[in-house]
Structure formats: C-alpha cells, structure tokens
Design a protein around this ligand. Structure first.
Ligand code: GTP
Length: 599
C-alpha cells in the first residue's frame, strides 16, 4: 500500500458515547470480523474493562476498504476514553493523522469530549465530528450539532448522523475517513528504517508484542533493529498487522502501523515513544513522549502476613502489563509488609485494585489515596512525599522551607440547573474558577483550578450525586503551588496508626479530625479495656472520642460445662484474630480498616 492509500485514525469520545460499538460496526462492514454476537466489543479485551465499560489499554486494528475502485488500508488506533489515561490517548494519537469525534446525540458534549478534542487538536489532527445514537427518542442531533459548532468551532453542515447500534449511517463513515483525513506523510522506502514504538503488551504465548508506526524504510521479518533509547539489538521475529488479531505480513511499509515481535523479555524493555532503526543505519530519535507520571499513591497490604508472597506475585504479574504503575516495597507498623503503588489517577487505581482482586483473588487492604506533595528543605533538597507517614512533623518542620501540592485544571460540563451546588462544591474544595461558558441554552462548561488532593477521594462521587449523574468531569495536571498542609495523625491509646495518617490543608484539619474519630468509634470493636481515639496535628489534639470497655466475656455463658461449645467459640475467635491487626494494645479488624479507607 502506498501512503496515499493508507489512513491512520482513531475514535475519540466521552465514555459510553459508543466508541467500541462503532469500532465493532466498522470491523463488520469491512469484513474484518464476522457479524456475530460473540465478538462484541473486540477492542475491549480485558474482563474488567468490559465489566466497567471502559477501555484502558489502547488496541489497534487494520481494515481494508474499497473506495472509487481502489483498495485502501485503514488503521483504527483505539484510544482509552478516560481522564486518567490521557497519556495513552496522546501516544495513540501520535500514530494518527485524524480522529473521529463521536458525540452521543442525546447527551451532547461531555467533559471527556472536550478534553479529548483538545488532545487531538493539539496534535494537529483532522477532526471529523460524528453524531451517534440518533436512534434514541431523546436524540436531538440539531441541538448537539450546534454545541459542536459553539464549543469546537467545527463546521457541522454535512455532519454524519449515525447509530452505531443499528448500523444506520455507518457505511458512509469509511468514505468520509478517506476523503477528510490526510494520508500519512510520504515516507521513503529506500531510506533507512525509522519506526516509532507507541504501544506494547504482554501475550502469554508470544511474549511482548510491540506496536510500531513506520515513518521511513521498512520493518522486515529477519531484520536486526536497535532501540535509540537503550541501544539494545533485537531480531525481528515476526511483523504484521492487527486484523483483528496478529496477522503476519513479513514487512511494514512507511505510513503503516502494525505489530512486531522482537523477543523482548518484558514490556519494560518496550520504551513507549522509542525510535527503532536498522543495524548499521543509525537515525535520529523521533521526539519521544514524556513518561506518564503517577499522581495517586496507595499502600497495598495483604490481610494476613503469610499472604505477602502471593500478593507480591500478583502485583508483579499485573504490573508487567501496565508500565504506568509504579511499585515499591513498604513496611507499615500497623499493616506490616506491603507495597506502595503509584497510579495515573483514581480510576486507574480502582481498575488495578479490581484486577488484583478479580484475576488473582488477592485479599488486600488498600490505604486511602494520596497525591505526591513536594517538600523543599532549607538545605535545598526536594522530597516528593508519596506516603503521609513520611510527611515532616515535629522538630523536622524547622528544616522545611516550603511545601507544594499538585493542582489540576478541571473541566465540568453540566445542565445549568446544577450549577449552584457544583460551584459550591468546587469552592469548598479550595477551587478557583477560571471559565464559565454556556455551550447552548441549558448546558454549561465550567473550568476550575483545584488542588489534586481535594479531588482524589470523593470529589467525583459528590459531583455525580449533586448533579443526579448529569455532570461530567475531566482534568489535566496544572503544576505545583504552595500550600499550607499538615499531617493529621490518628492515635489509639496514644499509639499512632501510621496507615490512617493523612495530609490535610490546615483549614480543614479540624473538621476531618472530628469526622475521623467519630467514624473510628463506630467501626472499632469494643475490647477488654477502654480505647481513647484521638486525631492530632503535631502535639495538638484536634478531636477525641472514647470507646468504653467490653462488659461481657464471650465464654462466660459456656461455664455450664459445654466444652465443645466453648472450644468452638474460642476457635472462631482465633480465626477472627488472624484477620486482626494490632496497634499497641488495640486490635483493629480488617473490616474496620476497609471502612476507614473508604471515604
Ligand atoms: P468506553 O469504552 O468506555 O469509552 O465506552 P464506549 O464509548 O466504547 O461505549 P460503548 O460502545 O461501550 O457504548 C456504550 C453504550 O451505548 C452501550 O450500551 C451501547 O450498546 C450503547 N450504544 C452505542 N451506540 C449506540 C447507538 O447508536 N444507539 C443506542 N441506542 N445505543 C448505543
């Protein structure tokens, strides 16, 4: 295929606007997959993705389409739909020349539509708007088309109106792709190879599979190629297109995207954004990508200490396929040996945890999410705090020059009836309004700068509940700013529970302290002695509750002589004990921890 007859494109959309459904339809129309119920949503491969209806890992598929008597190669490069994965979105987009902007004609533009539009726009892609779900009675294509004109200044005179579900109007999309999206730049088959690695994953049978976008030269089976990043040499064991699974073609030409198997041992060797070249023909590296930075950290601990090796194993297996997760060992005085994991965002964290539980049946306790705070000491050293336990306090404070926290630019789209409560929510989270625009008579786009720490716990849930689910939310990082933060310790009978410590803005520390002690009083089991529950900043107690001692002895009623019953009871208690963590002389059950970790 000469580049003129290749199109590389992606579909960008808000979650649930029908991206996967449309992809399936296009694959059917081109005969890439059979029209069959069983191959529903080919692109969403992982179970958790299907269950949650979100695409996490970008997939790519090649299709053939005849237009005006000529055969074209169309490469659909999938992008994850969620805010946490904007890094994956942008790297997928780097292999494209255009994007279909899919908008639900009943719901209209949502926060991720806006965020993904700007990502694509920033990469100079040709953007083709499409209205989906026109079969729904609530669909209002004309109104939504006007929203698209207002928000994105895109012409909508001959906008495609489709139903990805019924297939209505879908046939016209492929012709539109060919007409509207430019072909990849004419690479040179005779010049040395230059290929951009833009994705990779681990396949149990084939090992690491890499996705490449070939800019110049050819990527051929049997070639020896080198990575600009690591200077490592690899044999090209196989190369081909995804159609929809790997189909060997022996060679990839300029303008093409496809897979290559280089015999890598782990995806960590597949450096995303790396440039590959032929042995003896070194080329200049293409501009790579900034690696995704984890912005949310959480401690993960086995419920009982003897499950540590199993947890270790499960986490390594999962991390092999998700290079954006960072893993470090951690020891907590209350939870024992575990890990501190870093995620791109809270959804990424939820998906990972869920996979951990689902695929590996790991029984785990996860601590509340925390963002990386930046502490600069007077001697000039800078420390990124990923764990509240490491936050400076007491005498250490005299050495601190300043403390900074990460912020985000948040975009919220909502029907205007919910505007009041939403602005209130943002203001109560120390937000700063930067924009408020009506995109039609009743829908508003709001932009705020918010401290990230105020968003990682329950912000999204609150937003959904005050807007009856109608508001949508997306964000991008907006750098660090100075912040007046303190470490809030939780004490049980004067002993700190490190796993429950948190970092708070000084203004909200007292309220959080009061809520925390009240909640702890609720979830802790009574014990043989009184428990004093306290929250403190430095030496100052901010809140206190007391849990009275237990009155009854569980075995008391057995003193009648029924030994088996007594033994059974003690056995039950012992089992329960295995799931208990000790802090000083206080036992904390797994349930209590789990409830405390949930905001
Ligand atoms: P992510 O993978 O999370 O980005 O979602 P998505 O955009 O891929 O959405 P998906 O294709 O999973 O569709 C979401 C829901 O909308 C599914 O229940 C689809 O059946 C439904 N849907 C998609 N297209 C149409 C359509 O044209 N009409 C109607 N009525 N429903 C549709």
């Amino acid at each position: 295929f000469p580049p003129e007859r290749i199109r590389n494109f992606s579909i960008i959309a808000h979650i649930d606007h029908g991206k996967s459904t449309l992809a399936d339809r296009l694959l059917e129309i081109t005969g890439t997959i059979r029209k069959d119920r069983t191959n529903k949503q080919v692109l969403d491969k992982l179970k958790v993705e299907r269950e949650r209806g979100i695409t996490v890992k970008a997939q790519t598929v090649s299709m053939f389409h005849t237009y005006k008597g000529e055969q074209y190669l169309l490469n659909l490069i999938d992008t994850p739909g969620h805010v946490d994965f904007s890094y994956e979105v942008s790297r997928s987009l780097s292999a494209c020349q255009g994007a279909l902007l899919l908008v639900d004609a009943s719901q209209g533009i949502q926060a991720q539509t806006v965020a993904n539009f700007y990502l694509a726009f920033g990469q100079d892609l040709e953007i083709v708007p499409i209205l989906n779900k026109v079969d729904l009675p609530a669909a209002d294509p004309d109104r939504i088309a006007r929203q698209i004109e207002t928000a994105f200044e895109l012409p909508t005179d001959n906008i495609l109106k489709i139903s990805a579900k019924t297939g209505l109007g879908c046939d016209a999309i492929l012709d539109r792709v060919i007409e509207a999206i430019p072909p990849p730049t004419k690479g040179d088959t005779t010049t040395p190879l230059r290929a951009l690695l833009f994705d990779s994953w681990y396949d149990t049978y084939l090992g690491v599979i890499c996705l490449f976008s070939v800019l110049d030269g050819r990527l051929k089976k049997g070639d020896k190629v080198l990575s600009c990043h690591s200077d490592r040499k690899y044999d090209v064991l196989d190369v081909g297109i995804m159609h929809p699974e790997q189909r060997s073609t022996g060679v990839l030409f300029p303008g093409q995207v496809g897979y290559a198997i280089l015999g890598m041992k782990s995806t960590s060797e597949a450096h995303i954004g790396d440039t590959f070249y032929l042995l003896g023909n070194k080329v200049e590296a293409l501009p790579g990508f900034q690696p995704a930075k984890p912005m949310v950290f959480s401690g993960v601990f086995p419920v009982s200490a003897d499950e540590f090796p199993k947890l270790n194993d499960s986490i390594s297996k999962l991390a092999i396929n998700d290079a954006s997760v960072t893993v470090a060992k951690e020891t907590s005085s209350s939870l024992g040996q575990g890990f501190r994991l870093g995620f791109l965002g809270t959804l990424h964290m939820d998906v990972f945890r869920q996979r951990l539980e689902q695929e590996y049946e790991a029984n785990v306790i996860c601590t509340a999410p925390t963002v990386p705070f930046k502490v600069t000491y007077k001697d000039g050293t800078v420390h990124h705090i990923r764990n509240p336990a490491e936050f400076p306090e007491g005498p250490m404070l005299t050495k601190v020059d300043n403390v900074e926290e990460p912020t985000i630019n948040a975009t919220i789209l909502t029907p205007d009836v919910y505007l009041g409560p939403i602005l209130e929510l943002c203001n109560s989270r120390r937000g700063q309004e930067t924009e408020l625009t009506y995109i039609d008579d009743t829908r508003v786009m709001i932009k705020y700068i918010l401290p990230m720490t105020e968003v990682v716990t329950d912000f999204y849930d609150r937003l959904k509940s005050i807007s009856s689910g109608f508001a949508s939310f997306d964000y991008e990082e907006a750098g660090y700013v100075d912040a007046d933060l303190v470490k809030l310790n939780v004490l049980l009978n004067s002993k700190p529970v490190d796993a429950l410590a948190s970092i708070q803005h000084r203004s909200s520390a007292e309220m959080t302290a009061r809520q925390t002690v009240a909640k702890l009083k609720d979830v802790l089991d009574r014990q043989l002695y009184e428990i004093v529950i306290q929250c403190a900043v430095g030496g100052k107690i901010m809140a206190r509750e007391t849990l009275a001692a237990m009155r009854k002895n569980v075995t008391a009623k057995c003193y009648g002589g029924d030994v088996t019953r007594k033994l059974k009871l003690l056995e039950k208690q012992k089992k329960g004990k295995a799931r208990m963590k000790m802090v000083g002389n206080v036992e904390i059950s797994q349930e209590a921890f789990l409830t405390m970790m949930k905001k």
